[in-house]
Design a protein around this ligand. Structure first.
Ligand SMILES: [Zn+2]
Length: 456
């Protein structure tokens, strides 16, 4: 028998290479490939027109629902989930109207686990029905008041009825993370056996963390053969992380809504999920979804429910791709990947290097000088940057302020003028204001390309 040396038979001396010749070490932070993971093969169940209708400000009339449904379909979501047709007469009519649009996305509606609701749902023309029932002790005691035997019986009755109509059926528990694990697995196994298309896990109160999600989804993956849908509320800020972790653990479908709107503070936002998933598998996400439409969809929904896009929104927040600190700006201008994990161009957006502050650096100002189509040496740009920083220590600056200083500085250099415009900066704010006014007045008369000045 060949002798081994404790490294799977490899000859340590022969394989040894000096440090500089070794391949780079694998980062310990790169995910381990996992045969259960679906981060490169997931589907979105978009619930703006169901969960989103539960948002405090939401009221969608038929026309708005159709507009949103078409926009989501164009974006490429796999499913569009609608409010139960049993909720109101108009909800039923809207459900029928959207089913008749002939969208590529499958249309689902979301109902209680009850035959009355199921009968109404299948008559609307939907492609599938999402059934939900509370399984936690809280819901069993304080909501529907039914025991697990009743839940089993009604689940099987509803599932068999919907299946008999030839459309998809999902069965989900509600408040899954506060339900008894044995109860949960027992009912999921029972519905899987009779051919449900998906089982659903719902963190209805937003209490779960990624580790709990991983454990539950992974356990469930070992119990059922059907697809696994997950639904995460964002009460404690984990909705995106939980969705991602669920996919890692073998979930197949993620519920989202535009901007995350929903009951209380909502669920996994569509845009936030896209941000997370494009980092995991850019080709899959770009190949499947029209990412450049994200901003329009968010604006459409934000307007419909009368909210603003948050400043720190994923991808589309006004400063999502703004780089401010000098050291960041320098690196971004050299190679954007240095400080960007997501490429704004994938979403039809552009990055912005913020240069109107005391944190700016000469590389950012150099870039601005180029945008303004001006010509200065590096030494001159450094001097000009020092003036800008000096002034920015006294008051906040905007882009026009900085542009005016640059133009005035350029004017002085090119004409040999020695206007001591900026030397006195910093004594007090009145001085600064006066200087700025003067800089604006002078800068605007120097024949600078105003269109270039707007570009950033
Ligand atoms: Zn929900």
């Amino acid at each position: 028998m060949a002798s081994t040396n404790g490294t799977n038979g490899a000859d340590v001396k022969k394989d040894f290479k000096p440090l500089g010749e070794r391949p780079p070490l694998r980062s310990p932070y790169v995910g381990v490939p996992d045969f259960l993971s679906n981060v490169s093969n997931f589907k979105i169940i978009e619930s703006t027109l169901r969960e989103g209708e539960q948002f405090a400000n939401a009221f969608f009339d038929t026309a708005k629902k159709i507009e949103i449904a078409k926009a989501l379909d164009d974006f490429g979501v796999d499913y569009i989930e609608l409010t139960s047709p049993a909720a109101s007469e108009q909800s039923r009519k809207d459900c029928e109207a959207i089913c008749k649009l002939g969208l590529k996305a499958k249309i689902l509606t979301h109902i209680r686990c009850h035959m009355d609701d199921a009968r109404i749902a299948v008559d609307t023309g939907v492609d599938g029905v999402d059934v939900v029932i509370g399984t936690s002790s809280f819901l069993r005691e304080h909501s529907h008041g039914k025991d697990m035997d009743y839940i089993h019986r009604s689940a099987i009755e509803v599932i068999e009825f919907v299946k008999s109509k030839g459309i998809e059926i999902r069965f989900s528990s509600e408040d899954s993370f506060r339900s008894d694990l044995v109860d949960l697995l027992s009912i999921y196994r029972a519905v899987d056996k009779i051919g449900v298309n998906r089982v659903g896990i719902a963190d209805t109160v937003g209490c779960a963390g990624p580790r709990q999600v991983y454990d539950l989804v992974r356990t469930l993956r070992g119990v059922v053969h059907c697809d696994i849908e997950t639904h995460f509320h964002n009460d404690t800020g984990c909705a995106i992380a939980n969705a991602y972790t669920a996919l890692e653990a073998g979930a197949t479908h993620i519920d989202t809504s535009v901007l995350g709107i929903g009951e209380r503070n909502g669920i996994t936002p569509l845009g936030g999920l896209m941000a997370r998933m494009i980092v995991a598998d850019r080709d899959y996400v770009r190949g499947k979804y029209k990412l450049e439409k994200l901003r329009d969809i968010e604006n459409l929904v934000a307007e419909a429910v009368e909210v603003n896009i948050p400043f720190n929104n994923y991808i589309t927040g006004f400063c999502a791709f703004t780089h401010k600190a000098g050291i960041h700006a320098k690196a971004i201008l050299a190679n954007p990947s240095t400080y960007e994990i997501v490429n704004p161009a994938d979403f039809g957006l552009t990055r912005y290097v913020h240069f109107a502050s005391r944190l700016t650096g000469w590389n950012a100002i150099k870039s601005r000088v180029d945008q303004l189509d001006l010509s200065l040496t590096d030494a001159q740009i450094k001097e000009c940057t020092a003036k800008i920083k000096q002034l920015a220590d006294v008051r906040s600056l905007n882009v026009d302020d900085v542009d005016s200083i640059i133009r005035q500085y350029h004017f002085n250099v090119k004409t040999g003028s020695n206007t001591p415009l900026l030397d006195a900066v910093g004594r007090n704010e009145i001085d600064a204001e006066t200087l700025l006014k003067k800089a604006h007045a002078n800068g605007n008369g120097n024949g600078v390309n105003e269109e270039a000045a707007k570009c950033c």
